[in-house]
Design a protein around this ligand. Structure first.
Ligand code: BES
Ligand code: ZN
Length: 619
C-alpha cells in the first residue's frame, strides 16, 4: 500500500472520548469533517441531476450540476467543493445568481459560494473541468488494452469528486442522482448507477442512482466497452480484446454475492457488476456502487487474485451502506471490509486459504508499522488528518490493523455472537455514517455490555488510540506456510529448485516463499529460481512485482526488460512505488529510475504521478 512518511500530529484536545469501560453508552455527537468546505450538512441536499458532455479529444467534461436543496436552516449561502473547475454561471431556482470562487486551499480546492434565499429549492452550476482534475485519467488509444479508442475513468475517493463535479464532497453527505452523459459516437458510458449493457446510436446515456450515496462514490467510465453476464444479477464489462479472459477469471463472482449475503444480510444495490479498466488504473479496485472498478492486474488466468473482488463487493456493506463519517474514521470502511473479504474467501476456498491471506496481511502490517514508525499516531486506528491530504491515511494500518481488531473481538466473544452483532450493525446503520466513537459506543451497548473481562481481553483502546501492533494481536494458523518455509530453507541450503516440492502452490504460497528470502540473493540463486519457475515472465502481477524488486536488489539484469515492460503499462501505484523506491535506494540504480520514469510518467494516473514525482525527482 502506498503512503508518504508523515509528521507526528497530536490529537485534537476536543476529540470525543471513547466509551468508558462498563459505562452505559451515550451516543457521541457526529464529528466535523475537515476535508469538505461545503455546508451541505446544514442545508439538506437531497438530489443531483447531472448533465455532462465528455470530450475525449479535448480531455474535458463540461455541463451542469443541478442540486435539489431544502434550506431548512435559512442559511444565506450554499457552499460546494470544487477543485480546478471553471464555473461559467450559477442559477438559483432558474435565475442567474452571483457566485464567488474562494482561493484554493491546499488539498481542498476552492469553495464555491452561492447566495440563496430562505426558500431556495434548486441550484444549477454550469462548469467545466480543468487540466489538473485529480479524479480523471484520460487515455489515448495506445494506453488502452485494445489500442483502438480513447478511454476515460474517474477515481473519486477520497476527495477528488470535486475535481469533476461541483459537490458537497464529504463522506457524511448523501444524495440520490440522475445523469445524462453525452459521449463520442460508438463509445459506452457507465456509472455507479443503473447501467446500459450496450452501445446506443444516440451517444447519450441516462443513469439513475436512487439510493443516496456520498460524493466519493460518484464514478464514470467511457470507452470501447463490452458486457458479458455471469448470472442474472452479476456480470463483467471490459474492452472487447479482454472480455473473454475477464469473464472466465470472474466466474465465481455470482457465488461471492450469495456468500456475502449469507454472512451479513441482503445485498441492497440491485445488480453487482465489475468493470476491468485499462492497465493505467492507479489502484487495485474501487467499490463504486453497483459497478466495482478493477485493475486488469488481477486477471492472472487462474482466478488466484479474485479476493480483490470479494473486497470491493464487501464494501457494499462496509463503506457504501455504513460509511465512515470522516476520513479519520477510514478504518471503519477498510478494516471491516478486509475482515469481511476474508470471511467470504474462507467460505469459498476453505480456512487454510484464508489463513494465508491473514498471514500475508499481518506481514504487510509489520512493514507498515516499521515504515511509519512504531510510536507514530499514524499507526492508531483513529487518525488525525487535520490539514493533511486524506490520502495520508491510506496505509495498511486501516486495512490490516483494522481487520485484526475485528478478528480479536471475534475470537474473544465467539464467531456466532460476533456475526450476529455485525448483522445488527449493518442493519442499524444502513445508509448512515458512523464515527469511531459511535462505533465504540454501539459495540459496548450491543456486544460487550461493559463486561470488564471482555474489555481486558480485547484491550480496545490499545488498538484504536494506541500505536503499533497491540500485544494481543492474533496470528493465523501457519499450516500451509510452514511447508513453504521448509522448501525455502532447503533451497537456501543448496537444494536445486527442481528438487523442491511446490506442486499445488497458489499465488499466496509463492509470495510467502519469495518474501521471506534473505534481503539479497546471489545472481546464481536468482537464475536458478528463474529457470525453474519462469518468474521473470510470470503473468501474475503480484509475483512479478515482488520478483522485480528482488531483481533490482540482486542486480539480476535478466529480469530488467520484463520489468520495463511492466512499468511501461501498469499504473497501479501499489506496484509502481516499491519498484521505483528500490531503484532510488542506491546511487547506481537512480539513473535507471529517472530514465524509466521520464519515459513512462505520461502513462500514469495524476495521483500516481504525485507520489512518484516526490520519490524519483528528489535530488
Ligand atoms: N476503497 C479502496 C480504494 C481507495 C481507498 C482509494 C482510499 C482511494 C482512497 C478500495 O476498496 C481498496 O481498498 N482497494 C485496494 C485493494 C484491496 C483488495 C485492498 C487497492 O486498490 O489496492
Ligand atoms: Zn477497500
Amino acid at each position: 500500500m502506498a503512503f508518504a512518511l508523515l509528521s507526528l500530529v497530536a490529537l485534537n484536545a476536543c476529540e470525543p472520548k471513547p466509551a468508558k469501560e462498563g459505562s452505559v453508552a451515550v451516543a457521541p455527537a457526529a464529528a466535523k469533517d475537515l476535508h469538505t468546505q461545503s455546508n451541505a450538512d446544514s442545508i439538506a441536499v437531497s438530489h443531483l441531476d447531472l448533465d455532462i458532455n465528455v470530450d475525449l479529444a479535448g480531455k474535458r467534461i463540461s455541463g451542469t450540476a443541478l442540486w435539489t436543496i431544502d434550506n431548512k436552516n435559512k442559511l444565506k449561502e450554499l457552499k460546494l467543493d470544487t477543485y480546478d473547475l471553471t464555473i461559467d454561471s450559477v442559477l438559483v431556482d432558474g435565475k442567474k445568481a452571483p457566485h464567488t470562487l474562494a482561493p484554493a486551499l491546499p488539498h481542498l480546492g476552492s469553495a464555491l459560494h452561492i447566495p440563496i434565499g430562505d426558500n431556495a429549492k434548486q441550484v444549477a452550476v454550469y462548469y467545466k473541468t480543468g487540466a489538473n482534475a485529480r479524479a480523471l485519467q484520460w487515455l489515448d488509444p495506445q494506453q488502452t488494452h485494445d489500442k483502438k479508442s480513447p478511454f476515460l475513468y474517474t477515481q473519486s475517493e477520497s476527495i477528488y469528486a470535486r475535481s469533476w463535479i461541483p459537490c458537497p464532497d464529504g463522506p457524511g453527505i448523501r444524495y440520490s442522482y440522475a445523469a445524462r452523459v453525452t459521449v463520442p459516437k460508438g463509445l459506452l458510458a457507465l456509472m455507479s448507477a443503473e447501467n446500459p449493457q450496450q452501445v446506443n446510436d444516440s451517444s447519450v446515456y441516462h443513469f439513475k442512482m436512487e439510493t443516496p450515496v456520498p460524493a466519493y462514490l460518484m464514478a464514470l467510465a467511457v470507452g470501447d466497452i463490452q458486457f458479458r453476464p455471469i448470472n442474472e444479477r452479476t456480470g463483467v464489462y471490459a474492452e472487447p480484446g479482454m472480455i473473454d479472459k475477464v469473464r472466465n477469471e470472474f466466474e465465481d463472482v455470482g457465488k461471492m454475492v450469495t456468500t456475502a449475503e449469507q454472512l451479513y444480510g441482503p445485498y441492497r444495490w440491485g445488480r453487482y457488476d465489475v468493470i476491468v479498466l485499462p492497465p493505467g488504473f492507479p489502484i487495485g479496485g474501487m467499490e463504486n456502487p453497483r459497478l466495482t472498478f478493477c485493475t486488469p492486474t488481477v486477471i492472472a488466468g487462474d482466478r488466484s487474485l479474485v479476493s480483490l473482488i470479494a473486497h470491493e463487493l464487501a464494501h457494499s456493506w462496509s463503506g457504501n451502506l455504513v460509511t465512515n463519517a470522516t476520513w479519520n474514521d477510514f478504518w471503519l470502511n477498510e478494516g471491516f471490509t478486509v475482515y469481511f473479504e476474508r470471511r467470504i474467501m474462507e467460505q469459498l476456498m476453505g480456512k487454510t486459504y484464508s489463513d494465508m491471506l491473514w498471514e500475508l496481511g499481518y506481514q504487510d502490517l509489520q512493514t507498515a508499522v516499521d515504515e511509519i514508525g512504531p510510536k507514530s499516531p499514524d499507526t492508531w486506528l483513529k487518525l488525525n488528518l487535520t490539514g493533511r491530504d486524506p490520502d495520508d491515511g491510506l496505509t495498511d494500518i486501516a486495512y490490516e490493523k483494522g481487520s485484526l481488531l475485528l478478528e480479536t473481538i471475534e475470537r474473544t466473544v465467539g464467531r456466532q455472537q460476533f456475526d450476529k452483532f455485525l448483522n445488527d450493525y449493518f442493519n442499524d446503520h444502513a445508509f448512515k455514517t458512523i464515527t469511531t466513537e459511535q462505533f465504540l459506543a454501539y459495540l459496548d451497548e450491543h456486544l460487550l455490555h461493559g463486561d470488564s473481562t471482555l474489555y481486558k481481553k480485547i484491550d480496545i483502546k490499545a488498538w484504536v488510540y494506541g500505536p503499533g501492533i497491540p500485544a494481543n494481536c492474533p496470528r493465523a494458523d501457519m499450516e500451509r506456510f510452514t511447508k513453504v518455509d521448509a522448501e525455502r530453507t532447503k533451497f537456501l541450503n543448496g537444494t536445486a529448485p527442481a528438487q523442491l516440492t511446490t506442486t499445488g502452490w497458489t499465488t499466496h504460497e509463492w509470495l510467502h516463499f519469495l518474501r521471506k528470502m534473505p534481503a539479497t540473493l546471489t545472481d546464481a540463486q536468482m537464475k536458478a529460481l528463474d529457470e525453474q519457475y519462469k518468474l521473470t515472465n510470470t503473468g501474475n502481477s503480484e509475483i512479478a512485482d515482488l520478483w522485480f524488486v528482488m531483481s533490482i536488489r540482486a542486480g539480476y539484469k535478466a529480469a530488467y526488460p520484463a520489468m520495463e515492460q511492466f512499468l511501461s503499462t501498469v499504473g497501479r501505484r501499489k506496484f509502481l512505488q516499491p519498484l521505483y523506491a528500490e531503484m532510488m535506494k542506491t546511487p547506481a540504480n537512480q539513473p535507471m529510475a529517472r530514465n524509466l520514469y521520464t519515459k513512462y510518467r505520461g502513462n500514469y494516473h495524476p495521483l500516481a504521478q504525485e507520489t512518484l514525482d516526490k520519490m524519483v525527482n528528489k535530488k
